[in-house]
Design a protein around this ligand. Sequence first.
Ligand code: GLA
Length: 748
Amino acid sequence: MMTFKTRIMKEKLESYFNNKYMFTLCFVISVINLSAQKVTIPIATDSNLILLQTDASNVLKTIYFGKPLENESEYPGVFDAYNFNDSNAGVYNGAYTPAGTWNLSEPAIQVKHADGNPSLELKYVSHQKEKVDNNATLTRILLKDPVYPFEVTLCYKVWAKENIIEQWTEIKHSEKKAVLLQKFASANLYFTNKDFYLTSFQGEYLKEMQPVESKLLQGIRTIDSKMGTRAMLLQTPNFILSFGKPASENQGTVMMGQLAWSGNFKMDYEIDSYKNLRLIAGINPFASEYSLQPNQVFKTPALLYALSNNGTGEASRNLHDWARKYRLLDGQGERLTLLNNWEATYFDFDEDKISALFKDAKDLGVDMFLLDDGWFGNKHPRNNDDAGLGDWQENVKKLPHGLGHLVKEAKKEGVKFGIWIEPEMVNPRSELYEKHQDWVIRQPQRPEVYFRNQMVLDLSNPEVQDFVFGIVDNLFTKNPELAFIKWDCNAVIYNAYSAYLNKKGIPQSNLYIDYVKGLYKVLERIRAKYPKVPMMLCSGGGGRGDYEFLKYFTEFWPSDDTEPVERIFLQWDYSYFFPAIATDNHVTDWGKQPIKFRIDVASMGKLGFDIVASHLNEKDKLFCKEAIANYNSFKNIVWHGDLYRLVNPHENDISAVMYVNPEKSKSVVFNYLVNNRYKLTATQRPVVLDGLNPKKKYTVKEINLYPGTTSTIASDKVYTGDFLMKVGINPNVTLQRTSVILEINEVN
Ligand code: GLA
């Protein structure tokens, strides 16, 4: 490694020759590098290797991203295998590409220094590796600007066994005044391959998480959000990249990633002139130039990615394992099945109506009753979605004895009690708005714009953070037995302007970022005081859901669309990124499918109900009870087992998904008809299973049979795992048998 003196000398020489003699430059740098060794930094998981290497001018580059190389001694030779030697060489593959100097492609970072100068150069200084535990390693690489006291640390946390990398960047300076960060990516990756395919997940309300796969062509494809709060409403920060050919379940090299940030994000996929891929992902710089004070650290959110050389199935299973072990709150724990009153009553209820539903919850056999929207507001009662948000006191007409009474009544029936809140929001018709207009994100000189008749509170303001924390804290202080929170967020941020930032002289362009940071602060405080209480993240359906949020939430609501056929697709697509234990699925009256179909579909995750149970006929009620008992018998396999996506509903008339326990002794296979055409060839073929032990023997039994029906599957027949994973089993899904759950049990 170079000494400080040599580096300074080298940099002086470089800048001199840079200006004067481009040709001589290459020579001088290579001479200098005869003494200054290239530094090679491996970032390795069990089945993937990233190699970063300094070049002749000490700029850090990505030189390899792929399967692990057997011999470390061959690392330094990798770069020579590529003929990147025109004027773009070394520009595209920068490990963190700055703007304003040599780079003219999309930058990872762009800044305006305290003196107004817009140039940045980042040179490698040092790196360190720290073993976090037997599985995880953290690599930190320090880069510095030779001219300004400005530095960037690239951080890579690697979970070797699961092949997961969490990558973020820390930015710091000691200039005389604040530096304006204009762009500040979390990660800047580089991949060499012939073809690249990107699956992004687009959506809208009731149509969340719709996959769109396309081949990346030269130029930049951008996936971004500018929605502020419910950032995932139109595009999500989840993606699948596949190398060489489109993603498939059991074959090919794939990277499954997510920017773990609960606000505006931007991911740029750029095919460069070598036809290689650059990926730059981070917080969306849109309207977000961030003013960074001297000696403060700006830590970007993380880009998380799972890597697999065996297709999306393996990558998902690894991501699920990682999430349950290391990220999702209580990922290895239990969840509560529930009955929710939203679609049963909407805003129209009183104490008696709710208490009667406790009986239904008990009759069904679920663990908890969840009281949804409409329980609060007095001066402006919450009888509709246009009033009351912000006034978190029980409505005395609807609930004269308060929530405490309901918690007790529920307990008498043997069910727990949970509650809905939307604490970041305010209706203009509320006492909160009347008292604290300055807490609301709004442009003081312009007409207000509403989303679902409401606006967003300014969480960059510490007083608002206290208020939001207080909502949750009051609920638990008054009702210590409260068992669950559904945390909703329906409005996007319009008219982004903060009275608080204005008062403090902080630029308005900090708002989008400080909002999210403020929200995380509140969640930190909640979890410090109430570490275990399960909380569901909801956002007018599935407008939110990322791995930063899931540090604080036990589960999330994927969509208000509960029509079960739609839901098969939606749950399939969410399952690429999230384990079943994190996704809440409720049985409702949406659509025309029978109750069996609806419950079977909702059982592939955390099961809940949002129906009027007392309106069910006797057979349906009996079926519900049996199905919940069955669910309780296999839920641990769904929540904690391995997921195998067997038949893709996007490509077939049926869909099949299975979960297997770690011992490979038990499995549940869910099969559905997703097409009502009269002639269905797909149903003539068996479903080929996966994840079993080929040597073990198994029986296959159909469960969740509707009362009065019999199964067409012989439950006494014994199969080897080998047979089931090569020939398969036909669930006999037909127009008459539209939903079939099979339980696979090892026989000794
Ligand atoms: C959102 C949620 C629903 C329900 C309503 C209540 O739309 O997604 O589940 O809680 O709010 O207003």
